[in-house]
Write a protein that binds this ligand. Structure first.
Ligand code: ADP
Length: 179
């Protein structure tokens, strides 16, 4: 499944994947960071649809249309706020990726782009978040052959390089050993 994972440095709002994932807050009524950028590009229709959803608990995901985005759908997921790691943050972050991927499969999307959930204003250290992100997605890809592409979109070069190094390491660790 590693060949179906792509890493790019860039902006999530311009992605041409069937779905993009939004790092939302539990109200689903807009915020800063990725969320602000997605709403700005999608247009006011997105917040109108989000208003009908009644929020979303941490670790879960909801889907809406993409409106003026290139992506057909936006999957809104609510990452955990980092409180030092002892509050079940990694399990919740894993749920974000898994529940988002479940919606990708359910809605017949072939491709999806993820930002780095929780590592901005929610303070989750990216070094700890990246293995959860890549590991969860790789696991779901292993059981969902119809999903052709998962693209991680990293906003800074530093985040991109960290993801890339980790991705190479994880890929090597799971490669079949040659006799
Ligand atoms: P959270 O509240 O879940 O921490 P943020 O939006 O504050 O979400 O940040 C999550 C990550 O997304 C950060 O690494 C931030 O640099 C990055 N980011 C911010 N804007 C964009 C964008 N337009 N496209 C992709 N990533 C972005």
């Amino acid at each position: 499944m590693w060949e179906r994972i792509e890493l790019v440095r860039g902006d999530i709002t311009g992605q041409d994947t069937d779905a993009i994932v939004n790092a939302a807050n539990h109200t689903l009524l807009g915020g800063g960071g990725v969320d602000g950028a997605i709403h700005k590009t999608a247009g006011p229709e997105l917040i109108e649809e989000c208003r009908t959803l009644g929020g979303c608990p941490t670790g879960e995901a909801r889907i809406t249309k993409g409106y003026h985005l290139r992506a057909k759908y936006v999957i809104h997921t609510v990452g955990p706020i980092w409180r030092g790691g002892g509050g079940g943050e990694s399990r919740l972050l894993q749920s974000c990726y898994e529940n988002s991927m479940r919606l990708v499969a359910e809605y017949g999307c072939r491709s999806v782009a993820f930002p780095s959930i929780s590592t901005g204003s929610y303070g989750y250290p990216i070094k700890e978040a990246a293995p959860v992100a890549i590991g969860s997605v790789a696991h779901v890809l292993g059981v969902c052959p119809d999903i052709e592409l998962v693209r991680f979109v990293l906003y800074s070069n530093e985040d991109y390089l960290l993801y890339r190094d980790l991705f190479e390491k994880m890929k090597k660790q799971t490669a079949p050993k040659r006799a």
